[in-house]
Write a protein that binds this ligand. Structure first.
Ligand code: NDP
Ligand SMILES: O=C1O[C@H](COP(=O)(O)O)[C@@H](O)[C@H](O)[C@H]1O
Length: 515
């Protein structure tokens, strides 16, 4: 049994009930032939293996319908592992990683296929020292097969001889409140909440995890973290590419389901929640649910929808052959959420996300209120910016005296850019951090069932409106591929009190491309 530790390393009285898996463990990746497995799951497993974080004698088993031999699976499984300089040490680790990985092909619906998988797992386990073996099942699968796979695993591959069974499930968890509840209750027939780890990979990102520390380990920041000091908050996700190749999938979901309802809302909940009693998973998740429950469903007037059109030699969303030619699916959305609690009443939280924009960037921008007028006039506002990616950073925009023999305030910043400050540290991939948490049985960075429920309550009415369930579908405004988004965006954020810094502000030299 592991104990919950405080971040300073001392052990508080609170105990978790979970077992850290240290040996006799098989990790089964279902959907191992797919995109997520190839690009994220298997490279993350390799990263953990190389750093010595996987259980001793761990074995990895890929499972999918595609027929392929072990060599072909190894080729796919390692195709996204980077070794640009052909480092022999990394090459040896890759070979060892291949040696511990096998592949079984079979259907998702057929119980007999899972019996075959189970025989393979038992054969591996027959070489383990102990009878108590652990199995982790990672669903890198489309949601259409979540339920049959959950059922077949429980009925055919569940270890009952004292070991631990866990499932790691990827989003999307439903399309609205009703479908999410249906999916959750179907999965619950087979797997308990304790055995289930619902991934939102943003919770594994270093700077999202950092939010808890920044807030609660710094009196100076904690003191200004409320409606008395904060004017508005923006949480922004920008991608410089469109839905190329994924248009068919994307059109069914749209940007709100793809990014806002999960990733950005998770960031908001960590940013806005009250201080948890401890870092134990349920204490953190209790606070997240509490703050989310204070948010009413999003209003149409608090929403701006966009869709990219061809520009700069790049195709528009509707030019994608897999997208219906008249689709009104939003590829950009800005929505404003309000938190009705004593800390945040009246502070707008603006969530913005878009595909095919001018840059790749995810950041949180907390803009503080104006200083009292009198000795200063039209002075820039303070802003605390937490850049989640790329080039992780925290910087505080503040006013300082211009150096020299006269007194004038100039906007500048205190800049904590990770690559400069923590030169020796490697920032883990989000999936590495989360898979390791699942091995430890730590649910803190996974989505609890009631969190999901309340997240869908906030977004479902606006999604039904966009889907045309209660009338005509709203038409998103156009924005050119490679632009900053719809031209209406500036007025939208200004409406909620955001004020741009004056001309005098020079962005930190470390801001982006220089690193
Ligand atoms: N790709 C990504 O970057 C991300 C993906 N996700 C989520 O992860 C999950 C997997 O994503 P991804 O790997 O991209 O998906 P894929 O479409 O690549 O599907 C994964 C595997 O599932 C099987 N599969 C595909 N379609 C079907 C179908 N209709 N019925 C049965 N099996 C099917 C295929 O394997 P086979 O035919 O061999 O059985 C495929 O290789 C999804 O829930 C996705 O939303 C979440 C975040 C990011
Ligand atoms: O879940 C998703 O996230 C990715 C963005 O993830 P990131 O770690 O690269 O920021 C997004 O591209 C994709 O559309 C969405 O489904």
């Amino acid at each position: 049994m592991t104990r919950a530790r405080s971040l300073s390393g001392t052990i508080p009285s609170m105990e978790t009930t979970h077992d850290e898996l240290k040996d006799n463990t098989i990790i089964v990746v279902l959907g191992a032939s797919g995109d997520l497995a190839k690009k994220k799951t298997l490279p993350a497993l390799f990263g953990l293996y190389r750093q010595g974080f996987l259980p001793r004698d761990v074995k990895i088993v890929g499972y999918a319908r595609t027929k392929m031999d072990r060599d072909e699976f190894h080729k796919r499984a390692t195709s996204y592992i980077k070794n640009p300089d052909n480092d022999p040490e990394i090459a040896t680790s890759i070979q060892h990683f291949k040696d511990l990985s096998t592949y079984i092909s079979g259907s998702y619906e057929d119980g007999a296929a899972f019996d075959t998988l189970n025989e393979h797992l038992e054969e591996i386990e027959s070489h383990y020292q102990s009878k108590e073996c652990n199995r982790i099942f990672y669903f890198a699968l489309p949601p259409s097969v979540f339920v049959p796979v959950a059922k077949n695993l429980k009925e055919h591959c569940y270890v009952t001889k004292g070991g631990v069974n866990r499932v790691i499930v990827e989003k999307p968890f439903g399309k609205d409140l009703g479908s999410a509840r249906e999916l959750l209750s179907s999965l619950k027939q087979y797997w308990t909440e304790d055995e289930t780890f619902r991934i939102d990979h943003y919770l594994g990102k270093e700077m999202v995890k950092n939010l808890l520390v920044l807030r609660f380990a710094n009196v100076a920041l904690g003191a200004a973290w409320d409606k008395n000091s904060v004017s508005n908050v923006q949480i922004t996700f920008k991608e410089p590419f469109g839905t190329e190749g994924r248009g068919g999938y994307f059109d069914e979901f749209g940007i709100i389901r793809d990014v806002l309802q999960n990733h950005l809302l998770q960031v908001l909940s960590v940013l806005a929640m009250e201080r948890p009693v401890s870092f134990a998973a349920e204490d953190i998740r209790d606070e997240k649910v509490k703050v989310l429950r204070c948010i009413p469903p999003i209003e149409r007037d608090d929403t701006l929808l966009g869709q990219y059109v061809a520009a700069n030699g790049k195709p528009g969303y509707l030019d994608d052959e897999t997208v219906p030619p008249t689709s009104s699916c939003p590829t950009f959305a800005a929505t404003t959420l309000w938190i009705h609690n004593p800390r945040w009443e009246g502070v707008p939280f603006i969530l913005k996300a878009g595909k095919a924009l001018n840059e790749a960037k995810v950041e949180v921008r907390i803009q503080f209120k104006d200083v009292t007028q009198g000795i200063f006039k039209d002075i820039a506002r303070n802003e605390l910016v937490i850049r989640i990616q790329p080039s992780e950073a925290v910087y505080l925009k503040l006013n300082a005296k211009t150096p020299g023999l006269y007194t004038r305030a100039i906007p500048t910043e205190m800049d904590l850019t990770y690559k400069r400050r923590f030169t020796e540290s490697r920032i883990p991939e989000a999936y590495e951090a989360l898979i390791l948490d699942a091995l430890k049985g730590d649910h803190s960075n996974f989505v609890r069932h009631d969190e999901l429920d309340v997240a869908w309550k906030i977004f479902t009415p606006i999604l039904h409106w966009i889907d045309g369930q209660n009338g005509p579908r709203p038409r998103p405004v156009n924005y050119p591929y490679g632009s900053r988004g719809p031209k209406e965006l500036e007025a939208f954020i200004t409406k909620y009190g955001y004020k741009r810094s004056g001309e005098a502000y020079a962005w930190p030299v470390t801001n982006l491309a220089s690193l």
